[in-house]
Write a protein that binds this ligand. Structure first.
Ligand code: HEM
Length: 249
């Protein structure tokens, strides 16, 4: 704990800068915690322990809610106080968080734009996550083993590539929702997965609002056009066919 408390090194001495660092570090650790739960869920699915997988997903969701609640605290900072220390951040940005990127990879977002070879070299755990099947890959393999056969192209796909939605997967989820009693485990899994995806998108949406509140239309420290870039990121959905299958119900 002593070491942990030595890690908040402000450059300006502003209490707002210290709060910003503290919240960023808290969120970073919580990303890791969500990742830990999702990794367990993935392992349980691979071993056909759907009940255990769902319990791990439910734990992940609890932590995701805490992550979202952290924005409440961040919003206590007035925008004029933020701009007073923002310059000392230099080019430091959330885009550099390997914990966040690892979490996105684990859930299945391997957007080639965000897969940066220098990061994969620098963080072996990120590379390992990049090369593993995602939670969604394992969920689809689980469906295939439990009465909802899916195409080989989905099951044996190159897991380092961005996942592309497939109509046959959408139809499988539609079948699950059309007959929950006939597919109790896939149904329970589907509801836990959509909750995890929802909470992730909720986090992104709240981040976008905080960014607009703090920066208006200013550019981000990573060089993006800030809120506009994040608005596009907000369009992405994890486990895409689980969302689109709703249209068919
Ligand atoms: C005043 C508060 C904040 C502002 C104004 C802000 C602003 C931004 C902006 C403009 C971006 C786009 C990339 C860039 O050009 O930098 C970004 C990305 C990001 N931010 Fe924040 N941010 C804030 C707080 C946080 C906090 C507390 C976290 C959590 C540790 C965080 C995590 C991230 C992540 C993970 C990304 C990358 C998103 C992605 O790749 O999809 N941000 N942020």
């Amino acid at each position: 704990m002593d070491e942990l408390h030595d890690l908040q090194d402000t450059r300006t001495g502003s209490p707002f800068e210290l709060s910003f660092i503290l919240l960023s570090q808290v969120k970073e650790l919580l990303f890791r915690m969500v990742h830990l739960e999702l990794d367990q869920a993935r392992g349980h699915l691979r071993a056909d322990r759907a009940g255990e997988a769902c319990r791990a997903l439910a734990r992940a969701t609890r932590t995701q809610r805490v992550l979202i609640a952290c924005w409440e605290s961040m919003n206590g900072m007035p925008a004029d106080e933020f701009v007073r220390f923002r310059d000392v951040l230099g080019q430091a940005s959330g885009t550099q968080s390997f914990a966040y990127r690892g979490l996105e990879f684990a859930m299945g977002n391997k957007n080639p734009v965000m897969v940066r070879p220098p990061d994969l070299r620098r963080y072996p755990q990120l590379r390992a996550e990049f090369e593993r099947p995602s939670l969604y890959d394992e969920a689809l393999r689980f469906l295939d083993r439990h009465g909802l056969p899916l195409p080989a192209a989905t099951l044996d796909r190159d897991v380092t590539r961005q996942y592309e939605p497939d109509e046959r997967v959408e139809r499988a989820w539609q079948q699950v929702y059309a007959d929950p009693a006939g597919h109790p485990e896939p149904y329970r899994l589907a509801e836990h997965l959509i909750e995890v995806a929802y909470q992730f998108s909720h986090w992104r949406a709240a981040h976008l609002l905080v960014v607009e509140r703090m920066l208006g239309g200013k550019r981000g420290t990573a060089g993006t056009d800030g809120a506009r870039w994040l608005r596009e990121v907000n369009e992405h959905r994890f486990f895409p066919e689980l969302w689109t299958a709703r249209t068919l119900l």
